[in-house]
Design a protein around this ligand. Structure first.
Ligand SMILES: [Zn+2]
Ligand SMILES: [Zn+2]
Length: 265
């Protein structure tokens, strides 16, 4: 079992130290845990969702130390990842930031539409300004652009737009087809992320229909809890595995040095 998406207190809105996450992973029987704290964003994007700009060297050193410690004490394997935002107007800056370290995996996340962090519970009132169909259309366009950017190995929580219960009036499957095609064309993996189980939507990202579309297009899949507290490490991954099997997947991929390796389900 692998958990390729875990945060720590460094990113401001999560709790717990790295050692507690590793310990929780061991207790859950994980083989691999990958830290993916939030990459700092360039101004004028808000600074409070991510690590502080100067924290990257200490973050990387801490993950490498945790990896060495876990190796010496029987696991799990600890990987160095990062969760980077898709910021269409800041591509060179993000490209430079992710190239500065030897990450095992770079998760790409659409959290912003323009200046709106649509997954921030404090900003849910802004959903009222959108027709759901327009919102979903715009969201999946950004996911396709994120995939095509070449910045990322994985598209995280690929239908995050449903987090607070937004549902389109239209059949969403054409968007899913377009998204799966974009992921396949750009060679990125899709993440099955269990955080949605803990949010108002109450379901895994992505939906079964979107995951099936990814499977049809040959898109590899990863899995992660998106834990923001040690107790959430590995949470729901048994359900993620079931969803993957339902969608027709027989394996997932784990990343080391930004190279995918297949792991049987
Ligand atoms: Zn995220
Ligand atoms: Zn995350």
């Amino acid at each position: 079992m692998i958990d390729l998406h875990v945060h720590t207190s460094r990113c401001g809105h999560a709790s717990g130290q790295m050692a507690e996450y590793v310990e929780a992973g061991r207790a859950r029987g994980l083989d691999v845990i990958c830290f993916t704290d939030h990459l700092p964003m360039p101004a004028p994007y808000p600074q409070h969702y991510t690590m502080e700009a100067g924290e990257m060297p200490a973050y990387v050193a801490d993950v490498l130390a945790a990896a060495a410690g876990a190796r010496a004490s029987g696991g799990p394997e600890v990987l160095l990842g990062i969760e980077a935002d898709w910021l269409p107007d800041a591509v060179p800056s993000v490209r430079q930031a992710v190239a500065a370290y030897d990450f095992d995996v770079v998760l790409g996340s659409v959290h912003f539409l323009g200046d709106w962090a649509f997954d921030d519970p404090d900003l849910v009132a802004r959903y009222d300004a959108w027709r759901p169909d327009d919102l979903w259309e715009r969201y999946f366009e950004e996911v396709a652009h994120a995939a095509a950017s070449g910045l990322f190995d994985v598209i995280a929580h690929p239908d995050l737009v449903k987090k607070f219960g937004s549902r389109p009036d239209r059949d969403p499957r054409p968007w899913y087809e377009m998204t799966a095609d974009a992921l396949a064309q750009s060679g990125v993996a899709v993440e099955v992320n269990t955080a949605g189980l803990r949010k108002p939507v109450g379901e895994i990202y992505p939906s079964l229909d979107l995951l099936k579309a990814c499977r049809r297009h040959g898109v590899p899949a990863t899995m992660g809890s998106d834990a923001h507290a040690p107790a959430e490490v590995g949470e729901g991954l048994d359900l993620a595995r079931e969803l993957l099997l339902d969608a027709g997947y027989g394996s997932v991929v784990c990343f080391r040095n930004r190279t995918a390796q297949e792991v049987g389900l």
